[in-house]
Design a protein around this ligand. Sequence first.
Ligand SMILES: CCCCC/C=C\C/C=C\C/C=C\C/C=C\CCCC(=O)SCCNC(=O)CCNC(=O)[C@H](O)C(C)(C)COP(=O)(O)OP(=O)(O)OC[C@H]1O[C@@H](n2cnc3c(N)ncnc32)[C@H](O)[C@@H]1OP(=O)(O)O
Length: 221
Amino acid sequence: MSNKTFGPFELQKAYNNEPVPADFVERRRISAAMQTLAERLIRAEGDIDTLSGWADQLEALVATVGEPDRRDTRAANRKLFTGSATAEDIFHMMDYDPVGGPSNPIAPQVEWLQEDQNGIEGALRLGLQYQGPPGRVHGGVIAWLLDAALSRALHAAFRLGVTGTLNIRYLAATPIEDTIHCRARITGQEGRKIFVEGGIWHGDTQTVSAEGIWLTPKSLG
Ligand SMILES: CCCCC/C=C\C/C=C\C/C=C\C/C=C\CCCC(=O)SCCNC(=O)CCNC(=O)[C@H](O)C(C)(C)COP(=O)(O)OP(=O)(O)OC[C@H]1O[C@@H](n2cnc3c(N)ncnc32)[C@H](O)[C@@H]1OP(=O)(O)O
């Protein structure tokens, strides 16, 4: 691991270019296995002995893991804003992102196809565990995804902010178990207020549109 350090504007570049630390290789494996398990077990058919056997094994693993110490995420955040975050800190900030983070077992995995000042685009496939109405992605999951996608458009354009308002219009069914695309871009700025829009597409059909206002905190703006 190098001893280079990074500030907020180098966050994405460092994350994309620094080698994945050895512990994150294992954290990502844990997460991938948990995600696969969640997708395979939801609504899984099985006789009572099979279900009870799986439950026993999973409870045994929970007991083995116990309650490990966990890193304080605010420390890495503070280091980032003073330009002294290490690559390890960057992975601790980014790899657990609840949307796309490879070390977060509840994060839908996203392949980011574009991330620059003009906007972002990601491709993903949501499994049965994200279903709302039969065959369709749950509306709350869509809001979750779009909050992250629109935030990412900010980060890709080197701006920081928290979601102030997010408006969502559900235009058509967004299918589960098929590839969908999310896109977002900044449309304007007034002082600390940053205006962002985006949506979800299934093939050429736009299924959701969103627009919102992100606020750069007073301390940074
Ligand atoms: C600093 C962020 C850093 C994030 C990235 C850092 C590192 C990346 C690391 C890891 C990446 C992993 C995960 C990604 C992280 C985050 C992305 C996900 C996004 C979220 O998950 S984020 C959580 C949900 N989000 C909140 O937790 C916000 C709660 N809330 C507040 O913290 C305040 O409420 C705030 C700050 C919103 C406003 O407070 P304030 O005091 O600054 O505002 P103030 O009154 O001064 O108004 C100034 C002008 O904004 C207008 N205005 C005020 N409020 C507005 C609103 N809500 N909507 C639209 N416009 C609004 C006024 O009308 C006025 O407008 P005008 O000047 O025209 O009159």
